[in-house]
Write a protein that binds this ligand. Structure first.
Ligand SMILES: [Zn+2]
Length: 255
């Protein structure tokens, strides 16, 4: 059966603080990563093509590229670099914060960043990028119910679709935070897929509303990305491959 790895990036810009270095990859390194992916000969597919890919047999593991939050560098850096490589990607944006700032990150002590404008988002969509929903305003979804949950799903999707002039099919849970009720709300809002931050391969039996994603950190070097493209692991370490094979040899008893 087909399988796929979904990568998750955030900011593509020089980190503005030590804490931000986990989420911010320099454009130079992001470009290097895309070059590495190109050289691996892994097919890079759009998120919308994932169900079909998983349903059929393929010899290769496909790759899906996603970027969360929709800070302005998504337009000025990521969009440009992805286009140079001819790779499709999904950008998860926040309709309640377009043209504004990353208030939810500043509240946690991160540097200020401008968010995408609608005009930039429209240009990215016209340029072949998939624009997905990341809730209205980066909500902790599992803490919501009733009207709040509807606002962060149905209303967020309506605004995105009106502004972009196309249907919006994918939802990424902010903080990777979700529950059964959240998955139901996302499905009922008309989304086709929901993305978590649980690492691992996606195979045919994956719940389309709990798709797995592998986070790529701002400081991940090429060997670390290569390892993630091989094992779909959340954190790449020098000893990971050895532990992986030992674990298989012992039937998983090493955990
Ligand atoms: Zn986010």
């Amino acid at each position: 059966m087909g399988r796929a790895i979904i990568l998750m990036y955030h900011i593509v810009d020089t980190p503005r603080s030590e804490a931000e270095a986990r989420y911010a990859i320099t454009p130079e390194r992001f470009s290097e990563h895309m070059g590495l992916i190109h050289n691996q000969n892994m097919p890079v597919i759009a998120l919308g093509a994932l169900p079909d890919w998983l349903a059929k047999h393929h010899d290769q593991t496909a790759l899906v590229i996603t970027l969360d939050d929709g800070t302005e560098d998504a337009y000025s850096q990521a969009f440009r670099i992805l286009t140079e490589h001819g790779f499709p990607a999904s950008f998860f944006v926040l309709p309640g914060l377009m043209g504004g700032e990353n208030g939810w990150m500043q509240a946690e002590g991160f540097p200020a960043r401008k968010m995408l404008s609608w005009e930039q988002a429209r240009e990215m969509a016209a340029g072949g990028m998939d624009m997905g929903c990341h809730s209205m305003s980066h909500a902790k979804m599992a803490t919501l119910s009733g009207a709040d949950l509807l606002r962060e799903t149905v209303e967020a999707r309506d605004i995105l679709e009106q502004q972009l002039g196309e249907s919006v099919k994918h939802f990424a849970y902010p903080y990777g935070n979700f529950s059964d009720a959240v998955c139901d709300a996302v499905r009922n809002a008309g989304f086709a897929q929901g993305l978590s931050v649980r690492a691992g391969f996606n195979e045919r039996d994956v719940n389309p509303f709990i798709l797995r994603r592998v986070e790529v950190y701002g400081r991940d070097e090429n060997w670390q990305l290569t390892q993630k493209l091989t094992y779909a692991n959340a954190t790449a370490t020098r000893t990971y491959p050895m532990r992986y094979y030992l674990n298989r040899l012992t039937g998983g008893r090493l955990g």
